[in-house]
Design a protein around this ligand. Sequence first.
Ligand code: ADP
Length: 486
Amino acid sequence: AALQLKDPTILRNHAYINGAWITGKASFDVNNPADGSKITDVPNLGTQETEQAIQAAHAAFPAWAAKTGKERAGIMRIWFDLIIANADDLAALMTAEQGKPLIESRGEVIYGASFIEWFAEEAKRVSGDVMASTWSDKRTVTLKQPIGVCASITPWNFPIAMITRKVAPAIAAGCTIVIKPAEQTPLSALAIAELAHRAGIPPGVINVVTADSEQSIAVGKVLCSSPIVRHVSFTGSTPVGRILMEQCAPTVKKIGLELGGHAPFIVFDDADLDAAVIGALQSKYRNAGQTCVCTNRFYVHESIYDAFVQKLGEGAAKIKVGNGVEAGVLQGPLIDAQAVKKVEQHVSDAVNKGAKVITGGKQHALGGYFYEPTVLSNISPDMLIMHEETFGPVAAVIKFKTEDEAVAAANDTDFGLASYFYSRDIGRVWRVAEKLEYGMVGINTGLISNEVAPFGGVKQSGLGREGSKYGIEEYLEIKYLCMGGI
Ligand code: ADP
């Protein structure tokens, strides 16, 4: 089906540098994962254009930083309003290039926009402080100032929200930024850049450099090694996060990392079982399981294990799979062939080691990148799925006996992003919440993200927090003024 937009000019197929739409020497295709069709192509940029974008951001920085927070907030508010006004088109574009159902794309547009609204408001609240001096003739004062030119490298699973969660706090603080969106989903990034342009965000404040997977490595190197760039924020896999961290070391950059997860979901015997099943379905099958906060491992108390597995299986079997533009579809395709391969590997490894397929377990009859919503029981800790993020619609359910055993198993990983548990015992709720080694804990809920809450992980899931009142601090430096001669 051809992409129908109310405002076709929102589909940009050029990169955006210094307020201008630019082409490159080469281009790469953007395809629809639901049917493999080509949507358009975008410039495949490299080192030279990245340098150009950094220079543009550098040149734009002094004037943007000099504006008051209130002035920046006013412009950002217009950007927010434009995104909301164009939500239907942005959702259509997102479903076309990313595959998630329209209802989820629309949800992401609203969620993504919420960071712009929130940080526009926060722009007005960047304040230093005056500390009680230990010298009678001196005063001790701090200022908060924008860190400078920033760079962000973002993934395909949330083509808008992962950008706005970085760009909004950066520009609210007075920074300028170069964005390298994921090669699978550049159109959402370019569409919101178009709206930023219309909102009056000055040239150079936001720049979007598009590149394919190979060129992204070169672009990343330039962004990380540039002495002008003072902050790099990245959302993506842990291996790439490590590479970027290393590349940022020589110029001692501040970095924000949102990396992989391997979320546990514990259901205690005192839980509301039906509520736990609903939370499990939401946390597992959203975006076809392709989010870093999606549950990967379900730990269910032995006394309710069979009932939980049965209800989860029934729920999963009801999820309608198909092209995300079709009515009623709740699960779209996976992003690409590699993603399907990983899911197949995890399922066949589990089945070979004794797992039982309750529902799903194979590629969907639609073919392509579609995979059936799957529930596996008889899981044991030696299975691949219990150690690695699957990033697909597969629920692995394992039994436990005691609270200590469940918490220890949940923590037995290098990851520490999101975790979930269901219990109605208030003592247990506090005990378990405090013991889980995760940046985020969903208690009696499978959905936790919003703009006022700090998103981020511990251990090898990342560094720093995005969103919330803490998110803007990433993009600010504290300057201490010691004022003598009083
Ligand atoms: P995923 O496996 O979910 O695609 P990645 O971590 O590979 O996650 O990719 C996330 C983002 O990082 C994408 O924008 C991608 O282009 C970019 N990327 C991948 N490898 C590198 C690299 N070596 N240097 C810079 N950026 C990279």
